[in-house]
Design a protein around this ligand. Structure first.
Ligand SMILES: [Zn+2]
Ligand SMILES: [Zn+2]
Length: 305
């Protein structure tokens, strides 16, 4: 299951990139009222948040991990690059970890279950921290040969996987460059680096990690799943549809996670647009009959279409 340990340097880098953006976020709060933040920064932050976030949700997660649709080569490459720019690790490792999560969800072998230490309050506090970000600091690595052999056999993906350090630089410096050019000032570059670089990365990190932690602890469970996955509506927009996590665990290969009426799922909407454009095919849209069979008692069937 495992393939050796992270090196000391790798372990240090994971910590650095997980903690530095968080500290930046906290330091940012006083900035919000006054100087050093403008519409350019907000626009760039929102733009990079959704570009990289959708790279993870549509690309790393629904496409590369679960094969919810088939994509043409151009889109496949674009999704791998956009997802890599979220700074959540290179694509192959991300996919291998997440497939292991589904294979062992909330049991021994799950890389990030909040239930790992038991169900007492103290164990759950520890478990929350572990599922949210503590697991990133452990030095065990998922065996990609076992969990992601398809990606290891793809030259494009191997190359993009290798570009991860460079893409980390790009995702932090591109907003600064754009901010500088738009405002024609060095100060504009600095504020864009701060808000659309560091703060944006930190926010997306915590939203993604919340799917691993909160969405295995609290929320609604309309579908029978072997694990404790839950639908947590407050994160529907920020997570681009990924917080409908109970529905996802009930039907992991589905292209839409917000399968019930009124459940916003931005990622599914964009996959639908890609399908209309002819860039993706064989999309696994939810099937009402399959979902109905998995409903927990007390829940009514509520298909979207
Ligand atoms: Zn899960
Ligand atoms: Zn998944």
């Amino acid at each position: 299951m495992l393939a050796g340990e992270q090196t000391r340097a790798q372990n240090f880098l994971v910590k650095l990139f997980a903690i530095v953006p968080l500290v930046a976020l906290l330091a940012a709060v006083p900035f919000a009222w006054g100087w050093g933040l403008g519409w350019t920064d907000v626009g760039l932050a929102v733009g990079f948040y959704f570009l990289t976030g959708l790279g993870v949700t549509i690309g790393f997660h629904r496409y590369f991990t679960h094969g919810a649709f088939k994509a043409n080569r151009g889109l496949r490459i674009a999704l791998a690059i956009a997802g890599s720019m979220a700074m959540q690790g290179p694509v192959i490792g991300w996919v291998a970890d997440h497939r292991r999560h589904h294979a062992y969800a909330d049991r021994d072998g799950d890389p990030h279950s909040p239930w790992r230490f038991g169900t007492t309050p103290a164990a759950l506090v520890k478990g929350f921290w572990h599922a949210h970000m503590g697991w990133l600091f452990q030095r065990e690595q998922t065996n990609a040969r076992r969990f992601a052999p398809d990606l290891l056999a793809d030259r494009d993906i191997i190359r993009i996987n290798r570009w991860f350090p460079a893409l980390t630089v790009v995702t932090l410096l591109a907003p600064a460059l754009l901010g500088g050019l738009i405002t024609l000032s060095w100060w504009g570059a600095v504020t864009a680096f701060f808000w659309a670089g560091l703060v944006r990365v930190a926010l997306l990190h915590h939203v993604t990690w919340s799917v691993n932690s909160l969405c295995h602890m609290i929320g609604d469970r309309p579908f029978a799943a072997r694990d404790k996955s839950a639908n947590f509506w407050p994160l529907a927009i920020a997570s681009m549809g990924e917080s409908w996590h109970n529905s996802h665990h009930a039907d992991p290969t589905g292209a839409r996670h917000g399968v019930r009426r009124g459940q916003l799922d931005m990622s599914a909407r964009l996959i639908w647009v890609f399908e209309k454009l002819g860039w993706v095919t064989d999309v696994r849209w939810p099937r009402a009959d399959r979902l109905a069979r998995k409903l927990n008692p007390g829940y009514e069937a509520s298909p979207r279409r």
